[in-house]
Unconditional design. Structure first.
Length: 117
């Protein structure tokens, strides 16, 4: 089940060993992060973490909950704003990345990346 984080700190599981103060992005496994090498970063690690260890992440923005429309959304994939205020795996403007997977009418948690300049 999805949960909303109203602060900018959240715990994830490190998919691989990662050092503190590194950019991270969502992995394709639910609730896991990996080092970010592209614009999909959602925050910075706060501690060193070995693979499979819990790591604190300072998020760029608080997360939010949204309702899925269509065929579904995979973990770590970009989500897009579509009709009726729902999100989908394709469509309108990209609004974040799915922290957990969902299919039609599921509620998912979405991480908002920092805006690219």
């Amino acid at each position: 089940m999805a949960s909303q984080v109203d602060s900018t700190s959240r715990s994830f599981v490190a998919n691989a060993a990662i050092s503190a103060f590194r950019l991270v992005k969502l992995h394709t496994t639910e609730n896991e992060v990996v080092a970010a090498t592209n614009g999909a970063a959602i925050g910075f690690t706060q501690d060193d973490a070995s693979a499979a260890a819990v790591v604190g992440v300072k998020l760029f923005n608080p997360t939010y909950l949204s309702t899925v429309s269509g065929a579904g959304v995979a973990v770590g994939s970009a989500v897009h704003a579509i009709a009726d205020g729902k999100v989908a795996s394709a469509g309108g403007v990209t609004v974040g990345f799915a922290i957990n997977a969902g299919t039609t009418s599921d509620i998912i948690e979405v991480a908002v990346p920092i805006k690219s300049f």
